[in-house]
Design a protein around this ligand. Structure first.
Ligand SMILES: [Zn+2]
Length: 412
């Protein structure tokens, strides 16, 4: 089971509207500063306004080198590289964008807009740990609620809750009604109450948090996790870059913290959460459960949080070794949009049908192109493709055609 993990999916909303050329606020900047400087500056501004950033930034940089003390030229260089970097980031080239933002930071090392942009590019490039330093420096200069929320989410995922809470407290002091910040604060406080007495162990690939005395109950889970790391890693040809956090709960704690239905046996929401004791199966069933939840973590990272829920659940079931019931029949008018709604249905019987069909669709994709094709879909999603675009690229037909074939095969 997967719950929403909003970190990366939300990142592009932070002031990154689609902007074909120079955004309006930057045009205003151009207009107010055009009076300063000579003909070369006018030429550079013209290139900038036309979105020809390489030429514009080069001219601005040359002029800045000639006038090292002029704050106007430094602003020019910084804004030019910022606009160029944003343009490149919109084309899903986060590594390049990061280099451009760093170039701008050479002119204005404490510029909050450039620091924020560098942090976002690092997250977008799948390296959230490198986002912390620029985002922290950005908030030191300018108290931006979106940056604080982003930092809180980053620290929460890294299990550094004190730092997450500090940012949330500062944010809510400024904007007490900020709903997303409140939700995150409540989630973190709920977890902290339960996990206060938990110990923390670091294994080769995992951080394991639990309260079990002696660790007898924990060892089989850790062994299953390491097997899952190998198995899913082989199948998807991918391993997460950082350790994945697992929290093991006792008794009713699991449902208190996760707020999921009684029938849910495990959860991934950025951390893997599993119940210990009677809530946890043993033997092959334990392996299946752990592979399923670990698969969510790997799929999430590989696609930078952009995999739709049906594919998350379909692929997690496939990787744990569940196979489709050959008698499965789908509801009429099956589309991926409908499937996404069905799998999130609050009615557990309907959600169960959604899980079965998600597995069926995933199996069909594996039959068409192997697991490697599904991996390519995940990577394309991670690079910003829509699911329709990724499917067309990988399977060579429009999504509507695929959906129509599925409807025919499932007899809906
Ligand atoms: Zn799942």
């Amino acid at each position: 089971m997967i719950a929403s993990v909003p970190l990366v999916a939300g990142v592009l909303l932070l002031g990154w509207r689609p902007q074909p050329t120079v955004p309006v606020d930057e045009r205003a900047y151009v207009a107010t500063t055009v009076a300063v400087g000579g003909g070369e500056r006018a030429a550079a501004l013209q290139l900038y306004a036309a979105g020809q950033f390489p030429g514009a930034c080069e001219r601005f940089s040359r002029a800045a080198a000639d006038n090292p003390k002029s704050p106007v030229w430094r602003q020019d260089v910084a804004r030019c590289f910022e606009a160029w970097g944003r343009d490149v980031l919109r084309q899903n080239r986060p590594e390049e964008a990061l280099l451009l933002f760093r170039q701008g930071l050479k002119a204005l090392p404490d510029d909050p807009a450039l620091l924020k942009a560098a942090g976002i590019a690092a997250i977008h490039g799948g390296r959230p740990s490198e986002a912390l330093e620029p985002l922290e420096r950005a908030t030191a200069t300018e108290d931006d609620v979106e940056v604080r929320l982003l930092l809180a989410r980053l620290y929460d995922q890294r299990d550094q809750t004190d730092l997450a809470l500090a940012h949330l407290t500062a944010l809510l002091a400024r904007e007490p009604g900020h709903a997303a910040a409140r939700r995150l604060l409540e989630k973190i406080e709920r977890e902290r109450r339960v996990e206060a007495a938990f110990s923390r162990e670091t294994t080769e690939h995992f951080v394991v948090k639990h309260r079990a005395a002696g660790g007898e109950a924990v060892r089989p889970v850790v062994q299953a996790l390491e097997r899952a790391w190998e198995r899913v890693g082989d199948q998807l040809d991918y391993h997460p870059t950082e350790r994945v956090t697992i929290v093991l709960y006792e008794g009713v704690q699991f449902h208190d913290v996760t707020r999921v239905h009684g029938w849910v046996t495990g959860l991934y929401d950025g951390k893997i959460r599993l119940p210990l004791g009677s809530g946890l199966p043993s033997g092959a069933a334990l392996d299946q459960l752990v592979v399923h939840e670990y698969a969510h973590a790997a799929i999430h990272e590989l696609s930078r949080g952009r995999t739709p829920r049906w594919l998350q659940e379909g692929l997690a079931q496939y990787l744990e070794g569940v196979r489709v019931d050959p008698l499965l029949r789908g509801p009429g008018g099956l589309t991926l949009g409908g499937l996404e709604a069905l799998i999130g249905d609050p009615d557990s019987a309907r959600a169960r049908v959604g899980y079965d069909i998600a597995l069926w669709v995933t199996e069909d994709l594996v039959i068409r192109g192997g697991l490697a094709s599904v991996r390519t879909v995940l990577m394309r999603l991670g690079n910003g493709d829509s699911i329709a675009a990724a499917m067309t690229q990988v399977y060579g037909m429009r999504l509507a055609e695929l959906e129509s074939q599925w409807r025919n095969l499932l007899g809906g």
